[in-house]
Every structure is written in C-alpha cells, then in structure tokens.
Design a protein around this ligand. Structure first.
Ligand code: ADP
Length: 398
C-alpha cells in the first residue's frame, strides 16, 4: 500500500510517496515558489536521477497536478497511475481545541482548519489548499489530517493554561498547544522501542533542536508538557525566535522605538534567537559555531544561552515527571552536533547523566550515546515526521 504525504507551506509543497509494506520512500520532492515567479518542482525518485521541472505554479492545485505528473512520468515516475496511491496524509499545523488525534478529512475537519486560520495564519490556509488540491486531483481518495498540535493536546490543564484571566481561554481558546507534535510523538515512541523502555510508564524528554526548537516531556508516549505555546514562539532560544521572554519587553521596545505590537512580534519571530543574540551573525547553528571558534564573543554567548535554556527545560521537565528514564535528541542540531549534545548533558550530572564520548561521535542515526552506568539513557533518534504521518494515515484508512 502506498501513501502520499503532503506538507504545504504558503509558497511551498513537500511530498513523499511511501511504500508502507517496508516503509521505504519511493519518491520525494519539493515545489518551491508557488504563486511567485520562478516556481520549480524538484522530484527525486529513489535510485534514479533527480528531475527538475520549471513551470509556473500559480497555486497549490497546479503544484499538486505537477507532482501527480512527475509521479506518473514515463521516465522519472514511480507509479503507473494514481490508483496505486491508497490515501494522502497531510501535515496540518493547527486543530485548535477540537482535534487531538489524526482524522479522515470531511467537511467538518475542513471547517475546523478554516476556523483555526488566526491561530496558524501562515500554515493553516496552505494546509487547506493542499487538501483541496488533492481532492480535485484525486477525487474520492481519502485525505487524512495529521495535526502538529495533537501531541500537545494531551497535556493536563495545569500545563496548558496560561495564568491570565480565564475568559480568554473561554472566548478565544488561548492556551498552550505545543508544536513539532508529530516529531515529539514519533521520537518518544521510537526512543521507548529503541531503549527497551516500559511502553506504559517510560518518562521521556525529547529535545527537538533544529532551526525551530522545542522540548517535550511524556509518560508512556502521552504528553505531560512541551515548550512551545499558543504559537511556536515560546520556549527555547531558536534560530530566529526568542523563546521565553518577559512580555513587558514588547511594550518597552514599542514605546522606545515607536513600533507596534505586530512589528515587535515579527522581530521576536524572525530577527531574534541566536541570529539576534549574536549581533546578526546567522540563524544557522553551524555559522554560529564557526563564529565562536573565530573568537566572536556574542556568537559564543548565543550558543551558551541556547544550551543553557535546553538544560533548564530538561531540569523542569524532570521535576514535572518526578524523574526521567530517557532523553532523546533529534532534528538538525540534535542529530548532527555532538558538541551541543555533550554541552547540554554536562548540566545534567545531578541526574546521573553520563555521556560516552565515543558513542556520542555519531550523526543522523539511532544510537544510545550515554555511558553504560548512566542513570538516564541518552539517545539520538532521527525524526521522521513524514513516516509518522504515513503511519497514522494508514491506520485510519486500512
Ligand atoms: P528546521 O526543520 O526547523 O528548519 P532542521 O531540523 O533542519 O530545522 O535543523 C536545521 C539546523 O540544524 C540549522 O541551524 C543547522 O545549522 C543545524 N545543523 C545541521 N547540521 C549541524 C551540525 N553538524 N552542527 C551544528 N548544527 C547543525
């Protein structure tokens, strides 16, 4: 059975066709600059050459049609016709307070995606366009919505409610939702399997450290807390996002610089994080590390602060769960940067965490990186959101 996984951004569309018999990727690709001049599709069939098509893509419907054409192309294609695709799984950013599990798309699901446009203004409209484009291109085929907020919806009230007047939750559903949910769910599940932990009771902390970064705590795979909030701005220091700050900073800068709240939020989302802290060196952690090595003090502080914040969250989440059995690192930095992993774990001696330097000398593959006598298992677990989406889709349409 083949599942097509679709992840739409406002001007992009990523896809993977996965054979669920062995969970292998048959083809994957990316449509860029949808609705902008210079659109192109890059299609990568497994074991064959890359295929690039430069064609105008005014909207996601045209983009999906080009993906369908590429998948069925005589030379570069991987399927005879779309009958071979059993269902389409869509990453959908926000399901509001309504959906906490993946579901087959119907009119009600589309209504909820639409109602959550103001909670996910960049992603939800694009996600809906992707779904409607697939409905047009493959009528009658089931589309499944896999929500990025689903994992965080399982948090208890004490973790998800903000200490603001309750009427704002009642009127506008203002609460902590958490993002990267599909990744946290996948990685915590894989960590339990790979670490031979008790599937019902294992206390796991997942550090998803990429350009966007978040930490989650879960017991038996069920979310206890997660660091992103109403939006992905809360929590860790990220590539360009500030993470936690005193909200009064917003008012203070607005008053001093004559800016409005929207401008400030844009600065906190796009110009802060390690990019802002380093005085503009880069949002890319490799550049920050290189600048630190060249003696750039602000880059060094940005990196130290990033690591310190992750360690603080691990401490807080260990307290939230009254213990921790495993810590799993994932995403760009988590999977590739042994120095950051080690630096974070150096804060955790009080938990009995011990890193094995040789085992930690690894990139992008599942590994236990803690020493034999470490009280907490520390692991590297590569994330695979597409596979998680495909698995949920298969489970719903089987
Ligand atoms: P996102 O999906 O949020 O865009 P990724 O998970 O792809 O982010 O992670 C991207 C980040 O990972 C970049 O900042 C990149 O610098 C960082 N990264 C990748 N490889 C390394 C490495 N070897 N050392 C440090 N950082 C790395």
């Amino acid at each position: 059975m083949k599942i097509l996984v679709v992840n739409c951004g406002s001007s992009s569309l990523k896809y993977q066709l996965i054979d669920m018999n062995d969970e292998s990727v048959i083809a994957k690709g990316l449509c860029e600059r949808i609705g902008i001049e210079g659109s192109k599709l890059t299609h990568q069939p497994a074991g064959k050459d890359k295929y690039v098509v430069e064609n105008p893509m005014p909207d996601h419907t045209v983009a999906i049609q080009m993906v369908m054409d590429a998948l069925q192309d005589k030379e570069h294609g991987v399927i005879e016709n779309t009958d071979e695709i059993a269902a389409i799984g869509h990453r959908v950013l926000h399901g509001g307070t309504v959906y906490s599990d993946s579901c087959i798309v119907n009119e009600d699901v589309k209504r909820v995606i639409r109602e959550c446009f103001d909670l996910g203004p960049l992603h939800n409209p694009a996600n809906l366009m992707g779904i409607e484009a697939c409905e047009k291109a493959m009528p009658g085929k089931p589309n499944v919505a896999v929500w990025d907020t689903a994992f965080g919806m399982k948090m208890p009230e004490k973790a998800y409610l903000y200490a603001i007047p309750h009427e704002y939750y009642e009127k506008y559903s203002i609460r902590r939702y958490g993002f990267h949910g599909t990744s946290h769910m996948f990685v915590s599940g894989e960590a339990i399997k790979f670490g031979n932990l008790d599937p019902e009771n294992a206390k796991v902390i997942v550090c998803h450290l990429g350009n966007g970064a978040s930490v989650s705590a879960s017991i038996g795979g069920k979310c206890v807390d997660t660091s992103m909030g109403l939006t992905p701005l809360e929590g860790l220091i990220m590539g360009t996002r500030s993470g936690d700050i005193d909200p009064a900073v917003v008012q203070f800068i607005c008053n001093k610089e004559g800016k409005d709240v929207n401008e400030l939020l844009n600065i906190l989302n796009k110009k802060s994080g390690v990019l802002g802290m380093s005085g503009g060196v880069s949002s890319d952690f490799r550049d920050i590390e290189a600048a630190k090595k060249e003696g750039n003090h602000l880059a060094e502080v940005a990196l130290d602060a990033f690591i310190y914040r992750v360690a603080k969250y691990i401490g807080a989440y260990t307290a939230a769960m009254n213990g921790v059995d495993a810590i799993a690192f994932t995403a760009g930095v988590g999977e590739n940067d042994k120095a950051s992993r080690k630096a974070i774990c150096e804060y955790l001696g009080y938990l009995g965490v011990k890193i094995d330097d040789e085992a930690n000398d690894v990139r992008g593959k599942k590994a236990v990186i803690s020493a034999e006598d470490s009280k907490v298992k520390v692991m590297l677990i590569p994330t695979n959101e597409e596979l998680a989406i495909a698995r949920d889709t298969l489970a719903l349409v089987k």
